[in-house]
Design a protein. Structure first.
Length: 229
C-alpha cells in the first residue's frame, strides 16, 4: 500500500528532515505548517498517518488532534518539546496514538511510523459480499441483487453504493463522496452526489422516499445503514 504521511510542524527544517527520511522509505509526504492547513489537507487528501506538532499557529496541535480524531481513525503521532507525564497523557487522551518528544531521532520516528501503519492497516481482506435483509451487494462481481433479482447500476452508482456499504454506519460528507466516486480532479458540484443518490435509491430501496439502506445524515451527507440499527 502506497501510504501518505501528513507532517505538520511550523519549523520548515523539521518538515524537510522528516520528508527526507520518509521519502527514503517510499512514503508520500504531505506538509503543513499550521493547524488550519493541516486540517484542510487531512480532509482533502486522507493521509494514512499524521505526524503532528503540539505548538502550531492558527489552530493549536492539540485542537487539531481532537478534531481529526472526531472525524476519522487516522493514526496520529504527536511531536513536541513538552515532555512531562501530564503533557503526554493530555495528548493521548485527546486521541493521539503515540508521542515523540523533541529532540528526536528521525530513524526512530520512521520506525514508529512503520510499526503504526502495519498495525493500523494490517486488516483482514475486505468482504466480497454484503447481505442486509433482502439486499445482496457482490463487491467482486460489481452486482447488486434484491429479493433474488439483479439490479442494474451504472459504474458511478455502484461506486457510490460500494463506498458507503463498505463502512456501514459511517457518515460521509458530499465532498468526500465526490472525491471517492468521481476522483480528486472532478470539478463538478457536490450536489451531483444528490442526483446519483436519488437514482440509486429508486433502484435499490423498496420505498425511495423512505429509504432503508441509504440514509441521509442532515448537515453532513449520507451513510449506509448499519445492520441492527
Amino acid at each position: 500500500m502506497n501510504h501518505s504521511i501528513l507532517v505538520v510542524d511550523d519549523d520548515k527544517k523539521t518538515v524537510d528532515l522528516l520528508r527526507l527520511y520518509l521519502e527514503r522509505e517510499k512514503y508520500r509526504v504531505l506538509a503543513a505548517y499550521d493547524g488550519q492547513q493541516a486540517l484542510m489537507l487531512a480532509r482533502q487528501k486522507y493521509p494514512s498517518l499524521v505526524i503532528l506538532d503540539w505548538m502550531l499557529p492558527k489552530v493549536d496541535g492539540l485542537d487539531v488532534c481532537h478534531i481529526l480524531r472526531a472525524e476519522s481513525n487516522v493514526p496520529i503521532i504527536m511531536l513536541t518539546a513538552k515532555a512531562t507525564e501530564e503533557d503526554t497523557l493530555q495528548g493521548l487522551n485527546l486521541g493521539a496514538d503515540d508521542y515523540v518528544t523533541k529532540p528526536f531521532s528521525p530513524r526512530e520516528l520512521v520506525a514508529r511510523v512503520r510499526v503504526m501503519l502495519r498495525r493500523a492497516y494490517a486488516q483482514e481482506e475486505p468482504p466480497e459480499e454484503l447481505h442486509i435483509g433482502p439486499l445482496l451487494i457482490d463487491f467482486r462481481a460489481h452486482e447488486v441483487w434484491r429479493d433474488g433479482e439483479r439490479i442494474d447500476l451504472t459504474p458511478k452508482e455502484f461506486r457510490l453504493l460500494e463506498t458507503l456499504a463498505r463502512e456501514p454506519g459511517r457518515a460521509f460528507s458530499r465532498l468526500e463522496l465526490v472525491q471517492r466516486v468521481f476522483g480528486l480532479d472532478y470539478e463538478g458540484f457536490e450536489r451531483t452526489v444528490d442526483v446519483h443518490m436519488m437514482n440509486l435509491r429508486k433502484k435499490i430501496e423498496p420505498s425511495p422516499n423512505e429509504p432503508i439502506y441509504l440514509q441521509t445524515v442532515f448537515g453532513v451527507g449520507y451513510k449506509f445503514r448499519k445492520e441492527g440499527t
